[in-house]
Design a protein around this ligand. Structure first.
Ligand code: NDP
Length: 274
């Protein structure tokens, strides 16, 4: 296992298991410098979204970097106000324009809007067939949202990107995705920094002489979850990817598995107001 390790999606697209998230990275130099720093230390996967308003910066950093576009896995997401058939088609075109790219590797429906899922997903399938995205998936879908999507889908979502970290493990979503061949991707894997002083995690980190963030991210890799920690700090971007010189024991894994508090940092997908 190393930074080039990928997870294969159901349609044979390979996604690097560790990527850089850029939510809240400012659209100008900050996002460009973060993406450049990540590519320099070997990241090959960047996670953005139209609502982050920084797709242009992501595109510029990739175009201006030393890594070929084809070697970087780029994800962007469809914002809620663009769900529906025609508007979904237009939204990816607009994202591609901002990214300066012909296609992305993964396009995600950012949040469930059950009344629009049928039309939105039909557009997602068509975008994939047109080659504008290599894979399609969803984000923040609970089992009942996925059940609803499957009623009309001809292509299953390849990924479900959900809030996932030691304090929120959602075993019922993980199990559903496992049964349906949907890869789980963790957002806010570090709970936005708010689990890094958890004494049980700190103890494991001290035992391995690594940071708490490294313990959390390594736990995800060993669980087979794709993860996209965000940082705009070059030293953190580097250490968050330095996960391959140690391994968590079965006892460490079990200890982190036991830390679930069902505690969210973000909104519940059934109660979004945006
Ligand atoms: P994370 O859990 O990745 O935490 C990011 C925060 O932790 C930042 O404040 C960062 O600070 C800090 N941090 C990062 N590394 C370290 C470290 N080693 N030590 C201490 N602090 C650290 O939160 P996000 O919410 O950003 O989630 C990650 C990504 O997931 C997003 O960027 C986005 O791409 C995606 N996402 C998707 C959502 C969805 O609905 N699909 C929702 C939310 C996020 P700093 O940057 O200052 O270094």
């Amino acid at each position: 296992m190393d930074l080039s390790t990928t997870v294969t999606l159901h349609d044979d697209v390979a996604i690097p298991q560790l990527g850089l998230g850029v939510f809240n990275a400012d659209r100008g130099r900050q996002v460009e410098e973060s993406v450049a720093a990540a590519l320099d230390v070997g990241y090959r996967h960047i996670d953005t979204a139209s609502i982050y308003r920084n797709e242009e910066g992501v595109g510029r950093a990739i175009a201006g970097g030393s890594v070929d576009r084809a070697d970087v896995f780029v994800t962007t997401k469809l914002w809620n106000d663009a769900q529906g058939y025609e508007s979904t088609l237009a939204a990816l075109d607009a994202s591609l324009e901002r990214l300066g790219m012909d296609s992305v590797d993964l396009y995600l429906v950012h949040w469930p809007k059950p009344e629009l899922t049928r039309d939105t997903w039909r557009a997602m399938e068509d975008l994939r067939a047109m080659g504008k995205t290599r894979a399609i998936g969803v984000s923040n879908f609970l089992p009942h949202h996925l059940d609803h999507l499957f009623e009309a889908a001809t292509v299953a979502p390849a990924i479900n990107q959900i809030e996932f970290h030691p304090h929120l493990q959602s075993p019922e979503v993980i199990e559903y995705c496992h049964v349906h061949g949907i890869v789980v991707e963790a957002w806010s894997p570090l709970k936005r920094g708010r689990l890094l002083d958890d004494p049980d995690l700190v103890a494991i980190a001290e035992e391995h002489d690594v940071t708490t963030a490294q313990v959390v991210l390594r736990w995800m890799l060993q669980r087979g979850v794709v993860t996209i920690p965000k940082s705009v700090t070059p030293s953190r971007i580097a250490t968050n990817a330095d996960l391959y010189g140690f391994a968590l024991s079965d006892a460490d894994m079990a200890a982190v598995d036991a830390m679930d508090r069902k505690e969210r940092i973000g909104p519940h997908p059934d109660h979004i107001t945006f």
